[in-house]
Write a protein of this length. Structure first.
Length: 281
């Protein structure tokens, strides 16, 4: 298995970054994750657009030209012979003696790319069963629109979910509305068949899978309402599901130990999951 580190393809076990990398010391960096399906990087353009936005919000330069990064991604899929899995891209502000202010003159940003092979059959099994989620109070900073590597609240929330026997934790605002999962966006399907998901400019990450699914739903003639929904509304909804590059569409069958509808994966969610894989390229 190979990793890419600052211009080199190295054995995964030998891949290292400097101890004074600002990503390591300050989480001063950003990342993005793409799904790989049948050897193709799904929604690569949207993921790289978002990476560019995360970088510019933190005033970090592209570590290499975007075209070069595209070549690196393709080469990583090829060298590691990935047909199904994911690709992780991380950029930090670079290596400099520890100091909170930006290094001056600016350092070369660090670029790391790793891949992970995933068995598509496992995803299908999980989707057929549906997953459980818990809810936790929102405790993240306001700039969750930036895909920063600073993920401690997300890590703690996901761990809490795991200890509850659940797979995801939904961050909930004091007004009872669901923000998003620790690494996924949240959706419900109403009893009259509308898809509901929180507006992307209201304190969540603009998920690429979310954007693509809205387009897909429109194409299929399904109505999409971008508005906040509460935990209570989700429990009483016809269906609930989550989206992310790592899970695509995953039905939610339980929220805080209470079943969603009859406690079985929703037919809309499962149909959208199938459709998504059909258009994925
Ligand atoms: N997470 N919300 C959060 C907080 C996320 O971290 C992610 C993605 C999403 C879904 O975005 P997308 O559809 O573009 O994957 C929503 C990645 C997969 C991760 O952290 O591993």
């Amino acid at each position: 298995r190979y990793a890419y580190v600052n211009g080199r393809y190295v054995r995964h076990t030998d891949a290292v970054v400097h101890i004074e990398d600002r990503g390591y010391q300050f989480a001063d960096g950003v990342y993005d994750v793409c799904e790989v399906a049948r050897g193709f990087i799904v929604d690569q353009t949207r993921h790289l657009d978002r990476l560019g936005r995360s970088l510019s919000e933190l005033r970090i330069d592209w570590p290499v030209h975007r075209n070069v990064l595209e070549l690196v991604l393709r080469e990583m899929v090829r060298r590691n012979r990935i047909t199904d899995g994911m690709i992780y891209i991380q950029v930090t502000r670079g290596v400099a003696p520890r100091d909170h202010v930006f290094p001056h003159p600016s350092t070369r940003p660090s670029l790391v790319v790793t891949v992970k092979r995933l068995d598509p059959a496992i995803g299908e099994e999980r989707a057929a069963e549906g997953i459980r989620v818990i809810t936790v109070p929102e405790n993240r900073w306001e700039r969750v629109d930036i895909k920063s590597t600073g993920l401690l609240p997300n890590v703690l929330a996901k761990q809490k979910a795991k200890e509850f026997g659940a797979s995801e934790a939904w961050f909930v605002d004091p007004d009872g509305t669901v923000k998003e999962g620790s690494s996924t966006n949240a959706w419900i399907v109403t009893w009259d068949g509308k898809l509901v998901t929180r507006p992307a400019d209201s304190g969540i990450l603009r998920g690429v899978t979310r954007t693509t699914l809205i387009e897909l739903a429109n194409k299929l003639g399904l109505e999409v309402e971008e508005r906040p929904f509460t935990v209570e509304e989700a429990k009483a909804a016809k269906e609930a599901f989550i989206t992310a590059a790592t899970t695509i569409v995953m039905p939610v069958v339980e929220i805080d130990d209470e079943p969603v509808a009859n406690g079985h994966p929703g037919t809309t969610a499962l149909a959208l999951r199938r459709e998504f894989f059909d258009i994925a390229e």
